[in-house]
Design a protein around this ligand. Structure first.
Ligand code: SF4
Length: 412
């Protein structure tokens, strides 16, 4: 086979692989408690990271050996392959950033080399900049303005002054109005929240354009923002740890194993299985009855705001209930840690609210769509059963006062 025929086949394979790429994920897309938890907490806990470690070869199903050595390619073939490879990466929400001035051969070899590197693949989008901060040994130094600048100032990037408290925690113009930690135990339904002007998280997300349909960032911008946000979170954690004299060493293998065991035990808790069944059953019910039948065929459904409201509420909480139960159950496994137990009770309190609201929504479905009466009753029974189990496991949850949300309710 001549090289061009080979390349044509390789391009075909890459385009096929691109079609298999998973959709980019945002919070709105979480379909399972794990996905929800992952999106909410990725970057904070790094939970189950090792399970997500893959090479690009595994991800695409194309071994690196299928990419021909640059020296066997013509300039135009190299250009074509760079273009196709980058399209493939972008389909998987990975955005390569090679300095523009880098010659094509170097560019191609860098992409090829990355093929067998292990990485944690999370489909939120990720910029890959081939920069490890070691400018002196970087293959792109000659073509990289930042690297040149850093070396001309004679400062290694990793020796740069760490960010100050003011840089990491800048005062927001609305700072005095914020309720500390309000976002920790809320239902994350910002669109409907009456505390948006009191919530730092909302303010930060608003600044990123996440609450404005017209300003919502595109896929690449979102990936960049997530990356910056994770980096900032790590810097904040480092800063706080240093301030408290805590050494942030990588946890040892024993600790990671122990944490994994706790994750598995939490997933096996009977309360967790009840919550997961509810999430799964509601998803199936939506697909079978709402997506396919009700909303598509029954115009009345779409005209009745009560029904729409009930569907929205059920839909909003059905994943969150199990995700938050997992967080509560998992946190309670470290009951000797006061903060973890506090957090577990806070999550359980949010779950109780979700159960109550979902129950009311199912009652509305029964009232307005009697043909779903039996299904509605069945779901209400599932919710009641979960509620009993939550109250048994977290008897202090009903008295938990969520910052702002319950305080203001009490004051009213
Ligand atoms: S408190 Fe309100 S505004 Fe803040 S994250 Fe929660 S739902 Fe959104």
């Amino acid at each position: 086979m001549n090289m061009q025929t080979y390349i044509n086949q390789l391009i075909k394979d890459m385009r096929e692989a691109a079609k298999q790429a998973p959709a980019q994920k945002t919070l709105d897309d979480a379909k399972t408690p794990e996905e929800f938890e992952e999106i909410m907490e990725f970057g904070h806990t790094g939970r189950n990271m090792e399970e997500k470690t893959k090479t690009l070869a595994q991800l695409f199903g194309i071994p690196s050996s299928h990419l021909p050595p640059a020296e066997k390619l013509t300039q135009s073939q190299i250009k074509t392959l760079i273009d196709e490879i980058e399209k493939l990466w972008t389909a998987y929400h990975l955005f390569p950033e090679v300095p523009e001035k880098a010659p094509d051969e170097l560019h191609y070899n860098a992409l090829k080399k990355e093929w067998d590197e292990e990485m944690v693949y999370v489909p939120f989008g990720w910029h890959m900049d081939f920069c490890d901060g070691n400018c002196e040994e970087c293959q792109f130094l000659e073509y990289c303005d930042t690297g040149q600048e850093v070396l001309s100032e004679n400062i290694a990037p990793n020796e740069k002054e760490p960010p100050t408290a003011e840089e990491l925690f800048p005062r927001h113009p609305n700072e005095d109005n914020f309720i500390p930690g309000i976002y920790n135990y809320c239902n994350r339904w910002c669109e409907r929240c009456r505390f948006t002007d009191k919530c730092r998280l909302y303010a930060d997300e608003e600044a990123m354009g996440l609450h404005d349909e017209e300003q919502k960032p595109g896929k690449e911008d979102l990936a960049e923002q997530l990356k910056n946000s994770f980096n900032k979170t790590f810097q904040m954690i480092e800063f706080i740890a240093k301030d408290m004299g805590v050494d942030l060493e990588e946890p040892g293998e024993d600790i990671l194993k122990e944490e994994k065991k706790k994750d598995s035990r939490a997933k096996e808790e009977p309360l967790m299985s009840k919550a997961n069944s509810y999430t799964k059953n509601v998803s199936i019910w939506f697909t079978e009855n709402v997506d396919k039948t009700c909303l598509s065929e029954k115009d009345d459904c779409l005209k009745n705001p009560e029904i729409i409201e009930a569907f929205e509420v059920i839909n909003w909480y059905h994943v969150m209930i199990s995700a938050k139960i997992f967080r509560a159950v998992r946190g309670s496994m470290n009951s000797e840690d006061e903060h973890r137990m506090y957090d577990a009770n806070g999550s359980a309190k949010m779950v109780l609210e979700g159960l109550k609201e979902s129950g009311k929504a199912w009652e509305s479905i029964i009232r307005n769509l009697p043909e779903f009466g039996n299904d509605g009753l069945d779901f209400i029974n599932q919710l009641t059963d979960i509620e009993h189990s939550v109250l048994k496991k977290f008897p202090e949850a009903p008295d938990f006062i969520r910052p702002g949300i319950d305080e203001l309710k009490t004051d009213e």
